[in-house]
Design a protein around this ligand. Sequence first.
Ligand SMILES: NC(=O)c1ccc[n+]([C@@H]2O[C@H](COP(=O)([O-])OP(=O)(O)OC[C@H]3O[C@@H](n4cnc5c(N)ncnc54)[C@H](O)[C@@H]3O)[C@@H](O)[C@H]2O)c1
Length: 340
Amino acid sequence: MAFLVTGGCGFVGCNLAAELLRRGEEVVIVDNFTRPGTPLNYAWLQTLGKFDFFHGDVRNSQDLEVIFRDKKIDCVFHLAGQVAMTTSLANPRRDFEVNVLGSINVLEAVRLHAPDATVVYASSNKVYGELDEATLEEKPTRWEPTGKKGIDEHARLEFYTPYGCSKGAADQYMLEYARNFGVNSVVFRHSTIYGGRQISTFDQGWVGWFCQQAMQTRDNPDHTFTVNGDGKQVRDLLHVSDAVACYLAAHEHREQARGQAFNIGGGYENSLSLRELFLHLQKELGVTMKPHQLPWRANDQKYFVADNSKALQHIHWSPKKTKEAGIADSIAWEFERRRG
Ligand SMILES: NC(=O)c1ccc[n+]([C@@H]2O[C@H](COP(=O)([O-])OP(=O)(O)OC[C@H]3O[C@@H](n4cnc5c(N)ncnc54)[C@H](O)[C@@H]3O)[C@@H](O)[C@H]2O)c1
């Protein structure tokens, strides 16, 4: 009985595959290496144990067929994806094909070849649009809701940007395949996942990206970088070790989780605005960061913090890593990458 990790050489995927290998599980990975840095994660995984690797593309149903015919798949962690909102605006067709067609291909492979398998899908907070119905107060370093702090799964679905549409469509297909075809699918809606082995870029993986900017400021105090919006936008940080635990919990508790969507994040106590991250990094690295403000990104939420109560109730999961410990991990990882 094997675990298939699509996108298993990406950030979340390789951390999940590493934990499965540590537990002695049979691991199968499919990845097409489109994300820069993925061959490094592949090489790292090879140092941890034996696994089956398919250099394939989830857009191609035959690539998945080959795997499902060859292996007895017990669980799919579907993490392969087009991951950036900005890229989805530049190439909406590709975004659609990877996220929607790729997800349908995964679901069809499960329906036809492994109907008892669990499928856990990494969806996004972007399925909730701008969330502009909540009343927010402007504080010196952040936007803060006047009402409840956590956003639960009853928030209105609203798909903005091609990325929001493609993640949202795949999210809904996952739930539909549970309803109509009996697939054991589970949806996690995340905002920010961060930690070791993330190859952050300016448009995806903001915690790692700003850790890099702080380190470059340490090398050159005149270093400047850009920030979209006022820097007061807030997200709850989910450390990748907690994300891994959550995916494993979904499979373990699949009876209670199947057919359900869960908001999964670090929770209010692990929430941070961009400005607050800069203040923290300045203290940790002894630098003065010089952000240069750009206009807001399309449909950026000013505030997203997950209410994790449903996940606690159904799959007995809650985040454990504090944001301080997690950011220390991200800094250490960025230093390790620099050393090569
Ligand atoms: N990291 C976050 O903060 C975050 C937040 C919300 C949702 N998510 C979702 O979680 C999942 C994993 O995110 P991540 O941060 O690990 O991203 P990542 O880019 O590091 O990993 C994605 C992996 O998928 C692979 N891939 C891309 N297109 C593929 C294709 N067509 N066929 C096969 N492989 C393909 C890439 O090479 C990469 O290894 C994604 O679906 C993402 O949208 C991540």
